[in-house]
Design a protein around this ligand. Structure first.
Ligand SMILES: C[S@@+](CC[C@H](N)C(=O)[O-])C[C@H]1O[C@@H](n2cnc3c(N)ncnc32)[C@H](O)[C@@H]1O
Length: 221
């Protein structure tokens, strides 16, 4: 069993550490890329599965991975209680290898586990496994000099620079970017996080006319 993250131990019990209510952005993602036959969602760092299960209930074919065996066990259990099926498995954001493509790729609270040397490769992979017109949601904790590290900060987590996440999606259409500071009670001690969020769309088709400087997008949506 993996001992790389404290979450393995925090997910041990029957209670759901993050609860079972879905995240607040999922309906927005579904509006941007509505479910239909064969539409696929990937949840990277799915925890105990609350969001992956919700997307399966909406009608997507859902795959989801997390580093923790306990998280995956509980994701599968939650899917069973909600009468949906999910392809949930243990994998590592630093080394996963996927050849399928997805319509929505979602990762909340997890990319801070990417090692610096894997960041560029991760975003190249993400581009490859997003279907044309597909939508990606990612958020990440960012450092602010006036905020302390959260008390349940994991030994492998790394704060990102404000705005850094957005630089990896320069060629995508931004549907939303924002940065918010919010209070959190996880771990039982109230604390603050600053979080950058991006929702962006992979453009369907580019046609190059003339020089690089004259590149035109002819098929925007
Ligand atoms: C803040 S939690 C978010 C969980 C879930 N997305 C949610 O919102 O409920 C971060 C998750 O990242 C997972 N994680 C940590 N390191 C990871 C890695 N290297 N690869 C994949 N998942 C990892 C943890 O096990 C944990 O479930």
């Amino acid at each position: 069993m993996s001992i790389r993250t404290n979450y393995e131990k925090w997910y041990e019990g029957d209670d759901y550490y993050w609860g079972t209510e879905p995240g607040s952005f999922l309906d927005e993602l579904a509006d941007l890329n509505p479910p239909s036959a064969g539409k696929k969602v990937l949840d990277i760092g799915c925890g105990e599965g609350k969001d992956a299960v919700y997307m399966a209930q909406k009608g997507y074919e859902v795959s989801a991975f997390d580093l923790t065996e306990n998280g995956i066990r509980k994701t599968i259990a939650l899917a069973e209680t909600r009468n949906v099926r999910i392809n949930a498995y243990v994998d590592d954001i630093n080394s996963f290898d996927i050849s399928e493509q997805y319509d929505i790729i979602y990762s909340t609270g997890t990319v801070q586990y990417l090692f610096d040397e894997n960041k560029a490769d991760f975003f190249r992979k993400l581009e490859k496994i997003t279907r044309p017109d597909g939508v990606v949601f990612i958020n990440v904790f960012v450092e602010k000099p006036f905020l302390e590290l959260p008390p349940d900060w994991d030994k492998e987590e790394k704060m990102w620079k404000p705005g850094e996440l957005f630089t990896y999606f320069a060629d995508w259409k931004f549907e939303r970017i924002d940065e918010v500071i919010f209070e959190d009670q996880s771990g039982g001690v109230p604390h603050y996080h600053c979080m950058d969020t991006i929702i962006c769309r992979k453009i369907k088709e580019y046609v190059q006319t003339g020089t690089d400087a004259e590149k035109q997008v002819i098929c925007f949506e």
